[in-house]
Ligand binder design. Structure first.
Ligand code: ZN
Length: 169
């Protein structure tokens, strides 16, 4: 089921890194979404029987994963940085989401491996692996529906931050 929009921000970054494919052993580019300080999360208000919701402002950067809904405009940005990013179904689960795939063999690169496993592309365990992550800035709004959310790992401060002064796409 596609969740309604539950995250939004005035700008966003696309994180691009390399992940080793478990099937073929090759390094393949993978992308993810990083929301800036000041992004907003839709949260329930009061007790669980209440349908009231409100936007909560965050004071930290955060990664979104298990992303089920993104605007077409944002999807195009991701696709230009990783052509094998597409909506897919994860084996052995009921989860379908925007997923990275190996550029060589097409194998799914599931979000749990990328975001939750130590040394996953977006879970660097040191400054050196974090330094190979490139954060491409897009000064335009984003709204997304996602079930995965994590504060940016501390080593993300070592990632390369690219300021996009002029839109090329
Ligand atoms: Zn592969």
């Amino acid at each position: 089921m596609i969740p309604s929009i539950n995250y939004r921000a005035r700008t966003f970054r696309v994180a691009r890194a390399l992940q080793r494919c478990e099937r073929c052993g090759e390094l393949t580019p993978v992308v993810g979404l990083l929301l800036p300080v000041g992004h907003e999360t839709l949260v329930a208000q009061g007790d669980t029987s209440s349908a009231a919701q409100a936007w909560d402002v965050s004071e930290a950067e955060a990664l979104l994963f298990l992303v089920e809904h993104i605007p077409e405009r944002v999807r195009v940005r991701l696709h230009l940085l990783a052509p094998h990013y597409s909506f897919d179904h994860e084996d052995g689960t009921t989860d379908s989401y925007w997923m990275n795939h190996c550029a060589r063999c097409g194998c799914r690169q599931n979000d749990f491996e990328l975001y939750c496993e130590p040394e996953g592309a977006f879970a660097p365990v040191g400054a050196k692996p974090a330094g190979s992550i490139c954060l491409h800035w897009f000064p335009e709004p984003i709204e997304a529906g996602a079930t995965g959310y994590a504060l940016a790992p501390r080593y993300f401060s070592c990632a390369q931050r690219q300021q996009r002064i002029r839109q090329r796409y």
